[in-house]
Design a protein around this ligand. Structure first.
Ligand SMILES: Nc1ncnc2c1ncn2[C@@H]1O[C@H](COP(=O)(O)OP(=O)(O)OP(=O)(O)O)[C@@H](O)[C@H]1O
Ligand SMILES: [Mg+2]
Length: 447
């Protein structure tokens, strides 16, 4: 699938490109107008100069002794002429010329009005019924330079505009998308079982309906899951009393039955009922683990909880559990105490059940809230190990069980944003089984 591109990047580049193109179009338009106006102003100056010089030239020529003789107009001070002119008669004979004038650049025959050659703009005017003509030449280079400078003056701000516009659009889009980013973070920060509505203030009008639709979807999902869970929990709960009653009856029957096949059959029914009771208990635990509420509002010290659960097991299970506590006197975590107890019970139950009876079960907790439960026994092959946390999946064990203990533990661990790892053989050993759980610390979540 094509990776989705950033809206901020697209808007930033698109708007900057659009502004730049519009600016360029406006610059070209403005430049054309400026060029036209400059030409008009230069032409008018040319015309004005010709009209001013012509009467003076006519007067000068008519006062001469020999009017047909060409005359260079002397300069007062040496300078480079910008405008040069020729005064000629109708046949084109030069009567007067400015000191820098080059006759080759002028038209062969003088003709009134404006004309343009490759390098010059010319203007000619006549006097004395078209017997005397003045023609003024202005180098085009001068006009071109003026047009170039005008274009540069219009283009230069564009160089500054591009980065400013890019930065401005970038920042503006970023600020505008702040609530969308907050929405994304709110979605990302959710725990696995959190299906409550996502509340983010001031979402843009285009995104708000989407957020509402997501909340509706979450609500429907939550209701569906709740129905499913409460059905599991209720059925397990409802089964408890009849199961206990039936178990009591069967136990009585076994005691009262004479030695023989009837007593054996009663014993079998009793053990099947015990299995059923355990299964309903596990189903209730699973329903609780899936039901959310696995994080407690106030941080909980794990050490007394751990010591209590281990004590319970040691009293009922023959003191096989070795407890290693951290150097710190307390380890605070955000996990709900009931959820922690369920997790711990399942792990310890497994360790006692599947570990070799002659080796102790090691339970330890570190300062960083890393819980480890280690037992001896033959190592579990890697492919089997990977599937053990799935529901109703069991290893190659003769011992009875429903295959839900590790699934419950995994659900709790995911629900508190923690991490669990099964290791076999146990770390630093050739045999055994180890479960590591990185629990969430109260201040920082370690996973
Ligand atoms: N500490 C352990 N040592 C060795 N094997 C283990 C250990 N814990 C779990 N296993 C293996 O993983 C399998 C799954 O364990 P899980 O706790 O999920 O189910 P169960 O113990 O079989 O049944 P339940 O816990 O529901 O009564 C077990 O059948 C066992 O083969
Ligand atoms: Mg188990």
């Amino acid at each position: 699938m094509k990776p989705s591109s950033s809206l901020q990047k697209r808007l930033g580049l698109g708007l900057t490109l659009g502004t730049t193109l519009l600016w360029l179009a406006a610059t070209v338009g403005a430049w054309l107008v400026v060029q036209h106006e400059l030409n008009e102003a230069f032409d008018s100056a040319l015309e004005e100069t010709a009209q001013r010089i012509l009467p003076l030239a006519v007067l000068e020529i008519s006062n001469r002794e020999n009017p047909r003789e060409a005359q260079h107009v002397a300069t007062l001070k040496m300078h480079k002429e910008y405008l040069t002119y020729l005064v000629r008669d109708a046949k084109g004979q030069i009567l007067m010329q400015s000191h820098d004038a080059n006759p080759k650049i002028f038209n062969q025959q003088p003709a009134e009005g404006f004309s343009t050659t490759k390098k010059y703009r010319l203007y000619a005017a006549s006097a004395l019924r078209q017997t005397v003509f003045i023609e003024i030449a202005e180098p085009l280079e001068h006009r071109r330079e003026a047009a170039r400078e005008a274009l540069l003056a219009l283009l230069l701000p564009l160089l500054a505009l591009i980065p400013i516009s890019l930065f401005g659009t970038w920042m503006f889009v970023r600020i505008s998308l702040r609530s969308v980013l907050a929405y994304r973070r709110a979605v990302e920060a959710r725990g696995v079982g959190d299906l409550s509505p996502i509340q983010v203030a001031r979402l843009p009008a285009e995104i708000n309906p989407l957020a509402e639709a997501v909340n509706h979807l979450l609500e429907r999902l939550r209701k569906a899951l709740e129905t499913e869970r409460s059905f599991t929990a209720n059925s397990a709960h409802e089964l408890r009393t009849p199961l206990a009653a039936t178990l009591a009856q069967i136990q009585r029957l076994r005691h009262e039955a004479p030695e023989g096949p009837l007593r054996l059959r009663a014993a079998k029914i009793e053990s099947a009922l015990r299995e059923l009771t355990r299964l309903s208990e596990k189903l209730m635990q699973l329903a609780k683990a899936e039901g959310g509420g696995l994080l407690s509002e106030a941080p909980q010290d794990l050490i007394p909880l751990l010591a209590h659960v281990v004590d319970e097991w040691n009293h009922s299970g023959g003191h096989r559990i070795e407890l290693h506590l951290p150097t710190r006197t307390s380890v605070y975590s955000t996990i709900d105490p009931d959820a922690f107890a369920i997790l711990l019970r399942n792990l310890i139950e497994n360790a006692l059940k599947y570990g070799t009876a002659d080796q102790p079960v090691e339970v330890s907790l570190t300062d960083q809230a890393l819980l480890r439960v280690v037992n001896g026994g033959p190592p579990v092959p890697e492919p089997v190990l990977q599937r053990l946390t799935e529901r109703f999946v069991r290893g190659n064990s003769e011992i009875s069980g429903s295959g839900l203990g590790l699934a419950i533990a995994k659900t709790i661990v995911q629900g508190v944003n923690a991490r669990m790892k099964l290791i076999s053989p146990a770390t630093g050993r050739r045999d055994g089984f180890e479960v590591c759980v990185w629990l969430p610390l109260a201040s920082t979540v370690e996973c």
